[in-house]
Design a protein around this ligand. Structure first.
Ligand SMILES: Cc1cc2nc3c(=O)[nH]c(=O)nc-3n(C[C@H](O)[C@H](O)[C@H](O)COP(=O)(O)OP(=O)(O)OC[C@H]3O[C@@H](n4cnc5c(N)ncnc54)[C@H](O)[C@@H]3O)c2cc1C
Length: 312
C-alpha cells in the first residue's frame, strides 16, 4: 500500500517510477487467495479512515468500485464507523492502484547500495536496477537487511530507533467448510479469550461463493507456534473455532505473516535515511499499524521526495 501510493503520487507528478515487488502480485499484506471455489482475504480484513486525505481516497475508490462498505462497528469507541473491504476482495484495491504503474513482479531486492548520483538495487535473478532516488517500503527489519547502515553514515541514534521497531506475527488459517458457518452477520467475530484473535466468514463478507473462514491467531499464540508444524497449529486453531463454525472442515491452509503489524513505530510519516541521493523509508511503521497508516506514509514519502528533488 505505501509503495503503490508513493509510486502513483510520484508518477502523477511527472517522475519515472518503477515498483519492485517480490510477490506474485501486488498488495503485500492486503492479500486474497483462492482455494478451489472459495476466496479468502487472509491478511488485512478491512479499512477504516480517520484522516481527511485517506477519507477522500476512500470516496474515490468507492466511486470506481474497488471497495465497498462491509459493516459499521458497533461495539467499541469507533462505534458507527464504516469498515470497508476490497471488491471483489482485498487485492482489488492494490491492483487498481498499480494499474498504470510499471511493476517488476517476483523480483526480490537482495541489496541496495549507494552509487554516485543514485542507488543500485541488486535483484535475486542477478539483474540490477539503477534509480536516482528510492522509497523503501518493506517492513523495517527487511528494509534494514538490504542496507549497510555503517557505509551510509547513518547516526547511531537513528540506527537504534529503526532497530527497535518490532512487529507482531500472525498465523492465518484459511478453511473450506462443509456448510455455512454459524458466525452471525456481518461474519466477523473476535473471541475474548483463547488462541483466536479474529474469525471472518468470507461468504457472509461477500467475497466467497462457498463457505470459507479465515482465522487469525492472537500474537501470543502466533509467536509461541511460529517455528512449529503449521498444519498442527492450524488444526489447533480450527478446534478452538469449532463452537462458532458448527461445520466440518474439508481442507485448510496456513499462512504465516512474520511482519503483521508494527508494535511501536514512528508517527512522522516517513524517514529520510539519506539526503543525496535520496533514500526514504516508508510503510505502516511510520504512520500507524493499518492500511490507512501505510497510505499516509506513502503520501508523506512522495511529498518529501518531491521537495528533495525540487531542490537538486
Ligand atoms: C493478518 C493481518 C491482519 C490485518 N488486519 C488489518 C485490518 O483489518 N485493517 C487494517 O487497516 N490493517 C490491517 N493489517 C495491517 C495492514 O495490512 C498493514 O498495516 C498494511 O497493509 C501495510 O502496508 P505496507 O505497504 O506498509 O507494507 P506491506 O503490505 O508489507 O508491503 C511491503 C511490500 O514489500 C514487498 N517486499 C518486501 N521485501 C522486499 C524485497 N526485498 N524485494 C521486493 N519486494 C519486497 C512485500 O512483498 C510487500 O508487498 C493487517 C495485517 C495482517 C498481516
Amino acid at each position: 500500500m505505501a509503495g503503490l501510493i508513493a509510486a502513483g503520487d510520484l508518477q502523477q507528478a511527472g517522475h519515472d517510477v518503477l515498483v519492485i515487488e517480490k510477490g506474485r502480485g501486488v498488495g503485500g499484506r492486503l492479500a486474497s487467495r483462492r482455494i478451489g471455489l472459495a476466496t479468502f482475504d487472509h491478511g488485512a480484513q478491512f479499512m477504516t479512515s480517520r484522516d481527511p486525505r485517506f477519507a477522500a481516497a476512500i470516496e474515490q475508490w468507492l466511486r470506481v468500485g474497488v471497495i465497498e462498505e462491509w459493516y459499521r462497528s458497533t461495539n467499541d469507541e469507533s462505534a458507527g464507523h464504516a469498515r470497508w473491504r476490497g471488491k471483489p476482495s482485498m487485492t482489488a484495491l492494490p491492483k487498481y492502484l498499480a494499474r498504470e504503474l510499471t511493476v517488476l513482479l517476483e523480483k526480490r531486492v537482495v541489496s541496495l547500495r549507494c552509487a554516485s548520483q543514485g542507488w543500485v538495487a541488486a535483484l535475486d535473478n542477478g539483474d540490477s536496477v539503477f534509480a536516482n532516488s528510492v522509497v523503501l517500503t518493506a517492513p523495517v527489519p527487511q528494509a534494514l537487511a538490504l542496507l549497510d547502515l555503517a557505509e551510509l553514515d547513518v547516526s547511531e541514534a537513528t540506527k537504534l530507533r529503526l532497530e527497535s521497531i518490532e512487529y507482531e506475527c500472525c498465523l492465518a488459517v484459511m478453511a473450506l467448510l462443509e456448510r455455512p458457518s454459524g458466525l452471525p452477520p456481518p461474519g466477523s467475530l473476535s473471541p475474548t479469550e483463547g488462541p483466536i484473535a479474529l474469525m471472518v466468514d468470507n461468504q457472509i463478507k461477500g467475497i466467497s461463493v462457498t463457505p470459507a473462514v479465515t482465522l487469525h491467531a492472537t500474537p501470543a499464540f502466533s509467536l509461541a507456534r511460529w517455528d512449529h508444524d503449521r498444519q498442527a497449529s492450524g488444526k489447533e486453531l480450527l478446534e478452538a473455532a469449532q463452537p462458532w463454525l458448527g461445520s466440518g472442515v474439508t481442507e485448510f491452509q496456513v499462512h504465516g505473516w512474520r511482519y503483521s503489524k508494527p508494535i511501536a513505530g514512528e508517527q512522522e510519516g516517513c524517514l529520510i535515511l539519506h539526503e543525496r541521493p535520496p533514500l526514504l523509508l516508508a510503510g505502516d511503521a511510520f504512520a500507524g499499524p493499518r492500511i490507512e497508516g501505510a497510505a499516509l506514509s506513502g503520501w508523506a514519502a512522495a511529498d518529501r521526495l518531491k521537495s528533495a528533488l525540487a531542490l537538486t
